[in-house]
Design a protein around this ligand. Structure first.
Ligand SMILES: Nc1nc2c([nH]c(=O)n2[C@H]2C[C@H](O)[C@@H](COP(=O)(O)OP(=O)(O)OP(=O)(O)O)O2)c(=O)[nH]1
Length: 145
């Protein structure tokens, strides 16, 4: 599904240790661009023309982290295009569990960290991209449901 016209469609993964009983979330620290370098995010990226959002997410996770995942449910977002990131972009986020590979920061990240979902202080204490905080809250709420 395409996002709203003129909107850059971004996809991200809330990678958890187990889709059935998520306890930990994998946070990734960006290396670029300078405005986002050092900030934590949901690994993912932009959907390319002709690509489905799910295919884009699988591609990005393979490129960036060297993993294959099983996607779980989508983290319900306030708009069909997903979570607003800025004036031009919105991100849809899916839960995901690793089914192959050991995640490593191959591209775009310099550190990966598993964080307990119920350790709110530690999780929200990371310097996430500001637009990600509401998403993080929804991930926690959905994951702990
Ligand atoms: N991947 C990701 N991007 C996010 C998050 N939060 C957030 O505001 N963004 C923004 C940063 C970027 O402006 C945009 C995603 O771009 P990207 O740089 O990850 O996309 P990409 O891998 O396809 O990169 P490129 O081809 O444009 O170089 O969305 C997040 O949690 N994950």
């Amino acid at each position: 599904m395409e996002g709203a016209p003129g909107t850059v469609q971004v996809v991200g993964a809330a990678i958890v240790d187990s889709l059935g009983r998520p306890m930990r979330l994998l946070a990734a620290r960006r290396t670029a661009p300078p405005a986002f370098a050092g900030m934590w995010e949901f690994p993912g990226g932009k959907v390319e023309p002709g690509e489905t959002p799910e295919a884009a997410l699988h591609r990005e996770l393979a490129e960036e982290l060297g993993i294959r995942v099983q996607l779980g449910r989508e983290v319900a977002a306030p708009e069909p295009g997903g979570w607003p990131l800025n004036a031009k972009a919105a991100m849809r986020v899916w839960f995901a569990e690793i089914i192959d590979g050991d995640p490593s920061p191959l591209e775009d990240h310099d550190e990966l960290r598993w964080v307990e979902l119920d350790d709110v202080e530690r999780l929200t204490g990371l310097a996430w991209i500001p637009a990600d905080f509401p998403i993080l809250e929804a991930v926690r709420a959905a994951g702990c449901a």
